[in-house]
Write a protein that binds this ligand. Structure first.
Ligand SMILES: [Zn+2]
Length: 205
């Protein structure tokens, strides 16, 4: 009985470590082949975006390949920024700074913010999110300490009601930014994550 128990425990440990290491091991092995076979040659380009465009979109995994294919974006064509929801909420936050760098240093003249239907950011519920943190081992004291220090978890991780509204708001922050040159065009799009079809949102300041 004791012997069987030991065997089953050993098998379980090996199984868990394989699951944890497999994706990165697979990536590293692929990378070795990619470089050795000089597969990078077809992607050679420079740092200036060919379409003079910056794209801000969601980190949504359904869009990783679909978005560039659906919009004919090739390597070297655009500066691509991603976050959860394609959201800009601070005029001097990292995303807006990246957009300004793309414009002033890298010759971008068009900014396109692309949200998508069925976005996880429309489903974020602050209470559930905090409960998930606790389940993942974050201590309640830590959250309480942050709240006392003026960092509201609820405020920092809040989602949005509709993707259209959120994209319009981000577009508005970009358009009204004091450091945005007059010649820059700013657009808001919403993509269907199943078909790649986009809808151009009408301009609203
Ligand atoms: Zn999303």
């Amino acid at each position: 009985m004791k012997f069987y128990l030991q065997v089953s425990v050993t098998i379980k440990i090996i199984h868990i470590s394989e699951v944890l290491l497999m994706p990165i091991q697979e990536m590293l092995a692929h990378n070795k082949r990619f470089v050795e076979q000089k597969q990078y040659i077809r992607y050679e380009t420079d740092s200036f975006p060919n379409k003079k465009m910056v794209v801000l979109t969601c980190m949504e995994s359904r869009l990783v390949e679909l978005l560039p294919r659906a919009l004919n974006i090739q390597n070297g064509d655009v500066k691509m920024l991603k976050n959860a929801g394609a959201v800009i909420n601070r005029p001097f936050g990292n995303i807006m700074k990246s957009i300004l760098i793309a414009i002033h240093n890298l010759r971008a003249e068009h900014v396109v913010v692309i949200g998508h239907h069925d976005c996880g950011m429309t489903k974020i519920k602050p209470n559930e999110f905090i409960q998930n943190m606790y389940k993942n081992g974050i201590k309640e004291e830590t959250v309480a300490f942050l709240e006392r220090s003026g960092i509201s978890i609820e405020e920092e991780f809040r989602g949005f009601k509709t993707v259209e509204q959120s994209i319009q708001q981000s577009v508005s922050i970009i358009k009204n930014h004091p450091l945005l040159p007059k010649y820059v065009n700013v657009y808001g799009l919403v993509m269907d994550p199943a078909t790649g079809k986009v809808t151009l949102l009408s301009h609203r300041d």
